[in-house]
Design a binder for this molecule. Sequence first.
Ligand code: SF4
Length: 308
Amino acid sequence: MSVNEISIRIKQLQEEKNAIILAHYYTRPEVQDVADYLGDSLGLSRMAARTDARVIVFCGVHFMAETASIISPGKKVLVPALHAGCSLAESITGEDLVAWRLAHPGGVVVCYVNTSAAVKAHADYCCTSSNATRVVESIPAGRPVLFVPDKNLGAYINKVTGREMELWDGDCCVHERLPAALLLERLEEYPGAIALVHPESSGSSDDRVLYHPRVFIASTAGMIDHARRSSCRQYIVATELETIHELNKSAPGKEFIPALRTTICGQMKKITIERVLEALEKEQFEVRVPDETRERARRPIQRMLEVK
Ligand code: SF4
């Protein structure tokens, strides 16, 4: 079947089964195009909480589908690729947090949404790159805070909030490839361009990047919004490469140059259009979080959704 035929079949099955397709910006273009809603982690979580559909086909990596399942326990949450994981989420376990808490009585744990349900179950607050700064600012100053698992995002939040959170030593293998030296080189190469930089990038907390007049640091959704509104015609894109698909659609006529051509998340690419169809046909692979973990993980996720 051609991509077009597969897409038509997907739409028929969706109607029959009352299913919604949610897809992350880092998925393949043809998967993005078949989605009912395209978003970053925060947007997708909010949509999962809001939908009335019976089935959610979650085109993203495993932890994202777990989050959707925690928020919407009455719905069937499916992932098209069972083994799509995340280097960042896998850098920490729930036991690691238990150990930290024992050593830091009264401490607060803020976890990035890129974590397993078991880790979220031991956190006080959950956040995404869209609202991380606001979540951290909402915590009373003076308490010891551990931020997990992304050290690059954590360092960026420390810089902009003036907090001194302890940072877990994890990183995203894609954004780690975007250090300050590379971003500055690109800015020199394209003197009329604005660099759209994801805060997970290893260069995001470097002063030369952070305070550069032609740098805009934001979540994926924030970058797209900025490109749409700004009058600038040329952008250097410092995040996962597939984001450019939506940037081209949202801000037509503008030029988007990848900061690096190898910023590709292989895990997200495991989700193919054929697998989306198979997920709907067979109603596979269902993601379920054990009741106890779900109950505990719900609170920090709820707090995340409440912070605008
Ligand atoms: S881009 Fe990085 S953080 Fe996002 S899913 Fe891939 S490995 Fe994980």
